[in-house]
Design a binder for this molecule. Structure first.
Ligand SMILES: Nc1nc2c(c(=O)[nH]1)N[C@H]1C(S)=C(S)[C@@H](COP(=O)(O)OP(=O)(O)OC[C@H]3O[C@@H](n4cnc5c(N)ncnc54)[C@H](O)[C@@H]3O)O[C@H]1N2
Ligand code: MOO
Length: 650
C-alpha cells in the first residue's frame, strides 16, 4: 500500500461542489442526449460463433421447412379413404408398393387406391398418400405383398407438410433478435452458416487506486482485490458488449492520462474509483480535460452512486463509476448498460417489479433518491422484502440482492410492513427451504449438503431474535437460534410459543477470543480474563450486533460494564475474529471453531445450544433438513468442525 495522501487546502472546498448534484432522471437524459444511441454497424460471423449476438437484418426463409411432405412416424403411407372402417376384428387389406421410403429416398411409386408404401419417420411421403398409419396399427399378412390395417386413418394424419414449419418467403427471425440456442436452431434449419449481426460495442475497463490488487496476486493489509473490473467486464459481456480489461492504474496523473488515451481507441471507456472532486481523485481531473463536449454530469442525487461522472467525447461515452463495489455495479446498470444495449442493437430492458411488504424499518438519507437492496422471501402473507443492511462498500449487497426498493429523496424513514414495489435484478429463484436467523458455520455446512442434494436454499443472517420473529410471521421454514434464558438457565426452549417446534441442532462453545500472545488473557481463567478486560483502560473489545444470541451472552457477561469498544458492533463471529487478528480490538466473544480457524486464543464461557425453530405448519418442508441432521456421517463432520452433537438428535 502507498503512503497516506496529503490533502491540499482546497480539498474541502472542492468536495463541497458535490452539494450541487443532479437529479437521476435529468442526468440520464443529458447523458443519452449527448450520445448517438444507434447500433454501431454490422458484421458477418459464423453461425457457430453467433450465440448471444443480435441479428442486424431480417432473416427470410429461402427454403421450406420441412422441404417435403414428411412422415412423422414409422408405418405405411396410405390413402386414408381406403382405411375407413378398419379395425382389429375387420382389418383392411392393402397391396404393398415395391419400395421402402427411408429418410433421404425420393419415392418412385405413387400410392394408388388400395395400396400402401412402407415409410420410416422422416421419410418423404409419396404422391397419392394423404396419411400414414403407424406400424402398431398394422399386421403382416401371409402374403408378403399385403399389409393388414387395423385402425382407420384421418386425412393428413402423421404427415408434416412442406413449409408447415417455416414457409419459403416467411420471416423466420427479425432484426434485433438476440440469438439464443433456440434461434440458432431456426437459422440452421433454413441453411444459414453465416449470419449478419450488430457489431459488439468494445468497452475498455480499468480500475484506479493504489490500494487495488490484481486477482491472483497475494493480498496485503489495507488493500482490496480489484473486484470492480471483474464484475463490470462480466456485466458488459452479459448485455452484448465486448470487454477489454486494461488492468489497474495507480493514482498517478500521468499514468491515468496514458491509460485513458489508450482506452479511447475503444467504443466506450469505464473507469472505477477516484470519482470524487477532492484531493487524490485524479480520475475526475483527467476525464475533466476531455472535450467535445466533455463532462456532462458529475454528481447525481442518488444512493448508491452519488459521485458518478458521465462524460462524452467525440460521441464516445467515458464514465467514472464510484469505487465502492455496489455503487459501481448499480450505477453501471442505471447509466451505462442502457447505452451499451443501444449500441449493441439490443432491445431496451424491460424491468420487472414485484409487490412486497418491507420486513424491517428503513432509514434513508434525505436529499438523495435511495435504492435499497433487498432479499425477497415468499411468506404466508405475500413477498417480504428484507433490506440487506450492507452499504455501498459491500460487494454482496448487489450480488446477493433479489432487487431494490426506491426511496424518494424526501423520505427519511419507511416503517416495517409498508407495501413496496421491488424492482427485480435478475430472475427470482424459488427456494425449497428458507432459513433466517443466526449465522453459524455449522449451519453453512449443513446447507451446502442440502444444496448438493438439489434443494434450493435461501438464507438470511438477521440474528437469533430476528429469526424467531421471522418464523412467527411465517417468513421462513427454519430459524437457527441460540438464545439463553437466564431465569430457567436454559437455551431456546423458553422462547417457543405453542405453535412453534424445536428441531435440536448441536452444541457449540462460545468464549473469550484474543490474540494468543496477549498475556492479559492467555492461560487465564474466564474470571481473570474478564477482570483484565474491564480494568485495563487500553484493552479494546469488539462487540456483536444487537439481536444476536452472542450479544445477549456478552451483555450478560458484562452486566453494567461498558468497556472500551462496546459501541463497535460487528455482524458475525468471523468479523470479531478479524478485528482481533488485525489489532483493531483485543478481545471479543465468538465460537471456538472460528477462534481456531483464525489462530486465536480461546477461553470457554458457555456451552450453548444452537437449535432450529420452525412453525408446526412447516414440518413437512423441513423434513429433508431434519433427516440430514440425523445422519451419523453428518454428526461426525459437525463434531470435526467443533460442534458437539451429544445425542440430542432424533
Ligand atoms: N467526504 C466525502 N466522502 C465521500 C463522499 C462524500 O460525498 N463526501 N462520497 C462517498 C460516496 S457516496 C462514495 S460512492 C465514495 C466514492 O468514492 P470514489 O469513487 O472516489 O472511490 P474510491 O475512493 O477510489 O474508492 C472507494 C472504495 O471503493 C474501493 N474500490 C475502489 N476501486 C475498487 C475496485 N476496482 N474493486 C474493489 N474495490 C474498489 C476502494 O478501495 C474504497 O474502499 O466516496 C465516499 N466518500
Ligand atoms: O453514492 Mo455512494 O455510492 O452512496 O456509496
Amino acid at each position: 500500500m502507498s503512503e497516506s495522501p496529503v490533502f491540499p487546502s482546497d480539498a474541502v472546498t472542492q468536495q463541497s461542489q458535490f452539494l450541487q448534484v443532479m437529479d437521476r432522471e435529468q442526468a440520464l437524459l443529458r447523458f443519452q442526449n449527448a450520445l448517438d444511441l444507434r447500433p454501431l454497424g454490422s458484421e458477418t460471423v459464423a453461425l457457430s460463433e453467433a450465440l448471444g449476438r443480435v441479428l442486424a437484418i431480417d432473416y427470410v426463409a429461402t427454403v421450406d421447412v420441412p422441404g417435403f411432405d414428411r412422415a412423422s412416424v414409422d408405418g405405411f403411407a396410405v390413402q386414408s379413404m381406403d382405411t375407413f372402417g378398419a379395425s382389429e376384428a375387420q382389418p383392411v387389406i392393402l397391396q404393398l408398393n415395391p419400395e421402402v421410403l427411408s429418410p433421404g429416398i425420393v419415392p418412385n411409386c405413387p400410392v394408388l387406391p388400395g395400396t400402401a408404401t412402407p415409410i420410416a419417420t422422416g421419410g418423404m411421403s409419396p404422391r397419392g398418400a394423404d396419411a400414414i398409419v403407424m406400424i402398431e396399427y398394422t399386421e403382416t399378412s401371409d402374403d408378403p405383398r399385403q399389409i393388414h390395417i387395423t385402425q382407420a386413418a384421418v386425412p393428413g394424419q402423421f404427415i408434416a407438410f412442406a413449409g408447415s414449419d417455416i414457409a419459403r418467403g416467411e420471416t423466420a427471425l427479425r432484426c434485433g433478435h438476440v440469438l439464443s440456442s433456440r434461434e440458432i436452431g431456426i437459422l440452421a434449419a433454413i441453411g444459414c452458416d453465416q449470419v449478419t449481426v450488430y457489431r459488439r460495442p468494445q468497452v475498455a475497463i480499468f480500475s484506479t487506486g493504489n490500494e487495488l490488487i490484481a486477482l491472483g496476486q497475494p493480498w496485503q493489509t489495507g488493500c482490496v482485490f480489484d473486484s470492480n473490473a471483474a464484475i463490470l467486464a462480466a456485466a458488459v459481456t452479459e448485455i452484448g458488449g465486448q470487454a477489454h480489461v486494461l488492468g489497474i492504474v495507480p493514482d498517478d496523473e500521468k499514468e491515468l492520462q496514458k491509460a485513458l488515451s489508450q482506452a479511447l481507441q475503444y467504443d466506450m471507456v469505464i473507469l472505477s474509483g477516484g470519482t470524487s472532486k477532492g484531493a487524490g481523485d485524479l480520475s475526475y481531473r483527467v476525464v475533466s480535460r476531455l472535450q467535445n463536449p466533455g463532462v456532462i454530469v458529475h454528481g447525481v442525487a442518488l444512493k448508491p452512486g452519488k459521485p458518478i461522472c458521465l462524460a462524452v467525447t467525440e460521441k464516445k461515452a467515458v464514465v467514472i463509476l464510484p469505487g465502492f463495489p455496489t455503487s459501481a455495479i448499480f450505477t453501471f446498470h442505471e447509466f451505462v448498460a442502457p447505452v451499451i444495449r443501444a449500441l449493441a442493437g439490443r432491445p431496451v430492458r424491460q424491468t420487472q417489479s414485484i409487490d412486497a411488504q418491507l420486513a424491517t424499518r428503513l432509514s434513508s438519507e434525505a436529499g438523495r433518491t435511495e435504492f435499497v437492496m433487498v432479499s425477497l422471501i415468499a411468506s404466508d402473507n405475500g413477498f417480504m422484502a428484507f433490506p440487506l443492511g450492507k452499504n455501498s462498500g459491500s460487494v454482496t449487497s448487489f450480488s446477493h440482492a433479489d432487487g431494490f426498493v426506491r426511496v424518494e429523496s424526501t423520505v427519511e424513514t419507511v416503517a416495517a410492513g409498508t407495501p413496496v414495489s421491488v424492482q427485480l435484478i435478475g430472475a427470482l429463484e424459488p427456494a425449497d427451504l428458507v432459513v433466517i436467523g443466526s449465522h453459524c458455520v455449522g449451519l453453512d455446512y449443513l446447507l451446502s449438503l442440502l444444496q448438493q442434494q438439489g434443494v434450493r436454499v435461501k438464507t438470511l443472517s438477521v440474528g437469533s431474535l430476528g429469526g424467531l420473529a421471522a418464523v412467527k410471521r411465517g417468513e421462513c421454514d427454519l430459524a437457527g437460534i441460540h438464545l439463553f434464558d437466564p431465569q430457567s438457565q436454559s437455551y431456546n426452549t423458553p422462547f417457543l410459543t405453542p405453535e412453534l417446534r424445536l428441531l435440536p441442532g448441536y452444541r457449540r462453545l462460545q468464549g473469550f477470543v484474543f490474540r494468543i500472545d496477549d498475556a492479559r488473557f492467555s492461560g487465564q481463567t474466564k474470571e481473570a480474563a474478564l477482570q483484565a478486560a474491564l480494568t485495563d483502560p487500553h484493552c479494546l473489545m469488539v462487540n456483536r450486533n444487537a439481536g444476536s444470541g452472542t450479544r445477549i451472552l456478552i451483555d450478560q457477561l458484562l452486566g453494567k460494564h461498558r468497556p472500551n469498544g462496546y459501541a463497535l458492533q460487528t455482524r458475525s463471529h468471523n468479523a470479531v475474529a478479524t478485528a482481533i487478528v488485525q489489532g483493531r480490538a483485543d478481545w471479543g466473544v465468538a465460537i471456538e471453531s472460528v477462534a481456531r480457524q483464525y489462530g486465536l486464543g480461546f477461553i470457554a464461557l458457555q456451552d450453548e445450544h444452537y437449535d432450529f425453530v420452525l412453525h408446526e405448519s412447516r414440518l413437512s418442508r423441513v423434513q429433508v433438513f431434519s433427516d440430514l441432521l440425523q445422519q451419523a456421517t453428518v454428526r461426525e463432520w459437525l463434531g470435526g468442525l467443533g460442534f458437539g452433537c451429544v445425542g440430542r438428535f432424533g
